[in-house]
Ligand binder design. Structure first.
Ligand SMILES: *Cc1c(COP(=O)(O)O)cnc(C)c1O
Length: 355
């Protein structure tokens, strides 16, 4: 048995893999593969419509919020957001909380003034800054809700009237939140939504159409909205896998139900780490991520042994990001509780042997 703790692309429900494989061979008994049908056929239009409707339902979006499935991954949103929302001479506020947020800041500087309101770089991004001020004339405030690489997560939304924009790539649909408070949300699909190759963008349409610059068509959210995410050929298969995963999530009881399971998984892993002195979680307790759990070993010489033991027991994807080292265990929606149980049992045994 393999336990897949990969950080992204990452585990998806087994049912989704089965249905997606079947659709490659014979989509809905049409005798055609999902890979060979036109994106403007009713067959695919239904897939796109259902994916959008499921996002609206699972996130309880109001009528001002539009749902898009676009190309280019979350990294394209780093510049598509300021391109559509920030004019030259205007300012946007950014929180610098990790590798991904830093990249978003770098791209935004190409389009307007960026004010970094706070940064946790001084302690290797192991905490979420608090008590910072967001200038009230900022066009928007951008932050990363979950820092995938460093293992921190924002547990309370910032208290401001400035429009909120969030990169939710690694914790979208994992916990309840008032998503309508956001002016724009984006997320690469490959962590909690589906297959790599597509990203989800949710935008309040009242934010759009105000910048003076000319936009290339493929960069213009308004054109994508007007064309139902089919301005050009969408990533058909990736959208299909998202739709299947969203259906699965609905069957589990939606975001409310999956959040309970996610809380259980994270509590079990952190409690185990805290009870075993051989392991050292790296992140400030209040800011720990429930999606990506980062830790090192008290004695770094043991890291190789632990990695080898994990490999032997079918634990995949726990090596830390190259910029942090140690270990990172990702607990995305599709990861079953029993995988965390298997991992924590192994950790306890490892700690006993190396006490
Ligand atoms: C994975 C990730 C990204 C990058 O996504 P791509 O789809 O590879 O561009 C950006 N932000 C966060 C928070 C991520 O976890």
């Amino acid at each position: 048995m393999v336990h897949n703790f990969n950080a992204g692309p990452s585990i998806l429900p087994k049912e989704v893999f089965e249905q997606a494989s079947q659709a490659i061979l014979n989509y809905n008994n049409t005798g055609l593969s999902i890979l060979e049908i036109g994106h403007r056929t009713p067959l695919f239009q239904e897939v796109m419509n259902e994916a959008i409707a499921l996002i609206r339902e699972l996130m309880q979006l109001d009528a001002d919020h539009e749902v898009l499935f676009l190309h280019g991954g979350a990294s394209t949103q780093f510049f598509q957001v300021p391109m559509n929302l920030l004019d030259e001479g205007e300012s946007a506020a950014y929180l610098d909380c990790g590798v991904w947020g830093t990249k978003a800041i770098k791209e935004a500087r190409l389009f307007g003034n960026v004010i970094t309101v706070a940064s946790s770089k001084d302690r290797n991004y192991t905490y979420i800054p608090r008590g910072y001020a967001i200038p009230s004339d900022s066009k928007y405030f951008h932050f990363t809700t979950n820092n995938t690489i460093e293992g921190t997560q924002m547990h309370a939304l910032p208290d401001t009237r400035v429009p909120l924009i969030a990169d939710m790539s690694s914790d979208i649909l994992s916990r309840t939140m008032d998503f309508n408070r956001f002016s724009l949300i984006y997320a690469g699909a490959q962590k909690n939504i589906g297959a790599a190759g597509v990203n989800l963008v949710i935008v309040n349409k009242n934010m759009l159409g105000h910048v003076k610059r000319k936009l290339p068509s493929m960069m213009d959210y308004q054109l994508h909205i007007a064309n139902g995410s089919m301005l050009n050929t969408p990533p058909v298969f990736a959208v299909y896998v998202c739709m299947l995963t969203l259906r699965w999530l609905k069957q589990q009881g939606g975001v409310v139900a999956i959040e309970k399971v996610n809380n259980k998984k994270a509590a079990l892993l952190y409690d185990t780490l805290d009870s075993l002195p051989v392991f050292k979680p790296t992140v400030n307790k209040e800011d720990r991520s429930k999606m990506n759990v980062v830790f090192v070993m008290d004695n770094p010489d043991l890291e190789k042994d632990f990695l080898e033991r994990s490999k032997k027991e079918g634990m995949v994807g726990i090596r830390g990001h190259r910029s942090v080292g140690g270990f990172r265990v990702s607990l995305y929606n599709a990861l079953p509780l029993r995988s965390v149980e298997a991992l924590t049992e192994m950790m306890k045994d490892f700690a006993l042997q190396h006490a």
